[in-house]
Write a protein that binds this ligand. Structure first.
Ligand code: UT7
Length: 330
């Protein structure tokens, strides 16, 4: 057991596949236009993993960078969590594959499946183990190969998603760290975005494949309606207990689903445009990896400094949501 302390992020890493798929290229695949996609979503291009590149491969690349950033070695890690809805396979968990590929010790390793909120859920779980003193260092990776579950003949979804991974190493910190967490879920709205077949309810058959039931099905406009309120409420759920107002927040790192959702949520939260970090123009929606990659980029760009208070904020399939206030401690 270690001494009980606040948990903070002590290392970050990310990985994005080289292959860029632009809106212009999508125009040749489905009945859409660059103009429709950009004005309705804010997305210009997204990354697509290679055929031989699975979620665990992207996760390991991001994890290695995060370990280096934390000045740690794989053997220093006491817990591995991977947030993904696109695991390499049902089981073993992608976290177990990551443990093996990294050469980490035989530490606990498991996946969480809460879609776009996964990075925040993962950080929340890991921070409990650290602040309780159970473990010293935890690796949380959010990695998605959404291209593998995207129906490339469905214009209403295929223009939205991309692949990538972000990773964080958590450890005890003397100052700052994770100050508050707000998590939630509404299973009653699970039908709004889901992958219907391949599980125990509808196992894979020739018919499910022909019916394209192994791809993401989404009621976009209905989801949109809930998203703005959920994101604003989640952020308030994390900031209000600390007495924080919009002006106290250096940067909000949101899940990157749609620029219109983010602008509306920002307005509801009373945030200025420069208080929201955006990268969906370049990567689209990478589910759990979106907020993780956005955080890594914002730190790399020097937008977050020691002592700054930032808010991670996400919602996604489940429905699930999560927000977290972190005082940057590096
Ligand atoms: O990660 C979390 C989960 N995902 C989300 O949060 C997504 C939330 N929803 C959204 O971002 C938006 O609802 C979308 C971007 C998915 C869609 O935008 P929208 O403004 O809600 O459009 P819509 O679904 O109401 O469709 C409007 C029209 C329809 O045509 P009609 O029926 O009005 O003739 C669609 O068929 O746009 C059509 N449409 C397209 N047209 C060109 C749908 N997709 C496309 C497309 N290109 N790719």
């Amino acid at each position: 057991m270690c001494e009980s302390k606040k948990a903070g992020i002590i290392g970050l890493g990310m990985y994005l596949p080289d292959n860029v798929l632009t809106n212009k290229e999508l125009e040749k695949m489905v009945d859409t236009t660059d103009e429709w996609i950009f004005t309705r979503t804010g997305i210009k291009e997204r990354r697509i993993a290679r055929n031989d590149e699975a979620t665990s491969d992207m996760a390991v690349n991001a994890a290695r960078e995060a370990l280096k950033d934390a000045y740690l070695k794989p053997e220093d890690i006491d817990l591995i969590i991977v947030a993904t809805i696109t695991p390499d396979m049902f089981f073993p968990a992608t976290a177990c594959l990551v443990q093996e590929k990294l050469g980490a010790r035989l530490v606990p390793a498991f996946d969480i499946s809460v879609a776009c909120s996964g990075f925040i859920y993962g950080l929340a779980i890991a921070s409990q183990f650290i602040s309780s003193g159970t473990y010293k260092h935890a690796l949380v990776v959010a990695a998605e190969k959404l291209s593998a579950i995207t129906d490339w003949s469905d214009r209403s979804t295929c223009v939205l998603f991309g692949d990538g991974a972000g990773a964080a190493v958590l450890g005890p910190v003397d100052e700052g760290g994770i100050l508050s967490t707000h998590l939630g879920a509404d299973g009653g709205k699970g039908d709004l975005i889901k992958l219907p077949a391949g599980g125990s309810r509808i196992p894979a058959t020739k018919e499910t494949i022909e019916g394209r039931l192994h791809f993401i099905k989404m009621n976009g406009s209905e989801l949109f309606k809930h998203a703005v309120k959920i994101m604003a409420d989640a952020a308030l759920g994390a900031t209000q207990p600390l007495g924080l107002k919009a002006e106290d927040i250096k940067l909000v790192i949101p899940h990157q689903a749609n620029i219109r959702i983010l602008n509306a949520a920002a307005k509801r939260m009373g945030l200025k445009q420069n208080q929201i970090y955006l990268n969906l123009e370049r990567y689209g929606n990478m589910s759990a990896a979106s907020s993780a990659v956005a955080l890594v980029e914002a730190v790399k760009k020097g937008l977050i400094k020691k002592g700054d208070k930032i808010v991670l904020d996400a919602f996604g399939g489940g429905l699930t949501w999560g927000a977290m206030v972190i005082e940057w401690s590096k």
